[in-house]
Design a protein around this ligand. Structure first.
Ligand SMILES: [Zn+2]
Length: 465
């Protein structure tokens, strides 16, 4: 069966069922084990893979104690004498609901419209397991070769993959040492060609708490005597980035941008044009942070930027009185360049924020997640050619390479664990697909072509080794 037909007949219906499951990552569902949604998502995927198995395939849902499960699929080599291993990666856990879904749409409401499948987790990253097996099935049917392939699907990615190291260790004898890793949890600059991800940014988050009083007091009585905890927080944040430009000040959070990545950013900017910023749902009149398009590409891939993603100690507007509040807590999210070590950056961030608190306020920064980014090793000639040929064959346009702004903690770990492996990190998170936000969708035509490209790259790999 052709890949496109197989997607329509077998994959889309499975994804529709998958979207209905609120399989929120443990970080967003403390009771995930009791709630059983992650289990349901894994069982759905496992059942589908069993039903659509290729000959010789071994499938197991591996469950280490007190950890999210992992779906492990081993597929023997086909029509090749290559003894090497391909590792394909994806995840089934999801981001939480988020607000702002259009009327009639919702995170757990699958809706197929205009070639897009709306709902949480379809694109990030439920499609990956189906895409992986579909690519292998297509090769088998066409009697084209592929090397031994291990598909590893975790359920902890949106929580920083903290369960994964234990599985990688436990499963080492079965995974063996892959010489290529195909990761299907990344983005694409447009839906018109194949995109390979060359880097990912790192991330530190945590909660900055500023306490100035033991209880709230009349602001008319106290302002001018007691500093506002919000203003103290502003002073502290100004130590990290400049409020007027957003530029992060401290060198500890910056990295040298490699010249070849700067050159690729120029090419990506030419291909993407203003779509680089127009893909975001700006309010009318709002402009991007910089005019130069290549700079915008580098900003979101190789430069650090700070965002405040949550707050506490602030009542909603309708219940806010004229009170000098006792404290302000802000959730900080600092994206880091690919090559900056996140743990040492987190220590620096804490030290910078907690040093010399204004007015002796009680200031603390409690670090949450810290994840180092990832920078791809030099792509070998065969892979570069295979990726380009696949893109030309299935999209009619050459492949593009670009960094991504997000973080996949797993990648830094794999990069360190398999230093000699090649990486094809790609995905369906293109313009407006809005993973993590409202109205997330999977662009089905793109996913079909991507599946065909993955199959071609697997065949080229088998032929090359
Ligand atoms: Zn993901």
């Amino acid at each position: 069966m052709k890949i496109s037909q197989f997607w329509d007949d077998a994959i889309v219906p499975a994804l529709v069922d998958y979207i209905r499951i609120p399989a929120k990552s443990p970080h967003f569902d403390n009771a995930w084990s009791k709630n059983g949604y992650i289990e349901a998502a894994v069982e759905l995927a496992a059942g589908w893979c069993r039903k659509n198995a290729v000959p010789g395939m071994k499938l197991e849902v591996v469950r280490l104690e007190n950890r999210t499960p992992v779906l492990l699929i081993e597929v023997p080599a086909f029509q090749t004498s290559s003894t090497r291993t391909v590792l394909m990666y994806g995840h089934l856990d999801k981001q939480p609901e988020m607000v702002g879904w259009r009327e009639g749409y919702g995170p757990w409401i699958p809706r197929l419209e205009d070639g897009k499948l709306y709902g949480r987790g379809g694109a990030d990253d439920g499609y990956a397991v189906f895409c992986s097996l579909a690519a292998l099935r297509a090769l088998r049917e066409a009697k084209r070769p592929h090397a031994r392939t291990v598909i590893l699907i975790e359920c902890c990615e949106e929580s920083g993959s903290y369960d994964l190291p234990a599985y990688l260790n436990a499963l080492e004898p079965r995974i063996e040492v892959p010489d290529i890793v195909i990761g299907l949890d990344s983005g694409c600059g447009n839906y018109e060609q194949l995109w390979g991800t060359t880097s990912l940014r790192g991330l530190i988050n945590g909660v900055l708490t500023v306490e100035v009083l033991t209880e709230g007091v009349h602001s008319g009585d106290a302002s001018g005597v007691v500093a506002s905890s919000f203003r103290v927080a502003r002073v502290l944040l100004e130590r990290i980035d400049a409020a007027d430009s957003g530029i992060v000040k401290h060198s500890a959070f910056h990295a040298q941008i490699p010249p070849e990545r700067a050159a690729q950013a120029e090419r990506a900017a030419e291909v993407l044009g203003e779509e680089i910023w127009r893909k975001f749902p700006f309010v009318p009149g709002m402009q991007p942070m910089q005019a130069d398009l290549a700079d915008l590409v580098l900003n979101r891939t190789w430069r650090p930027f700070l965002a405040v993603t949550g707050a506490d100690g602030l009542p909603p507007p309708a219940s806010a009185g004229n009170v000098l509040r006792p404290k302000t807590a802000l959730v900080l999210s600092l994206r880091l360049p690919p090559t900056v070590n996140a743990e040492s950056a987190a220590r620096q961030l804490k030290a910078i924020l907690e040093a010399d608190p204004p007015y002796g306020a009680r200031v603390s920064f409690s670090a949450g997640q810290s994840a180092t980014g990832w920078h791809a090793p030099q792509t070998t000639m065969w892979l570069e050619r295979a990726v380009d040929a696949a893109s030309n064959a299935h999209f009619g346009k050459p492949a593009m390479w670009m960094g991504e702004g997000g973080t996949i903690p797993f990648m830094a770990m794999l990069g360190a664990k398999y230093p000699n492996a090649q990486f094809l990190i790609t995905g369906v998170l293109g313009p407006h697909s809005n993973a993590h936000g409202p109205n997330e969708f999977l662009h089905i035509d793109y996913a079909k072509r991507l599946t065909a490209c993955v199959a071609d790259v697997l065949a080229a790999h088998a032929g090359n080794t």
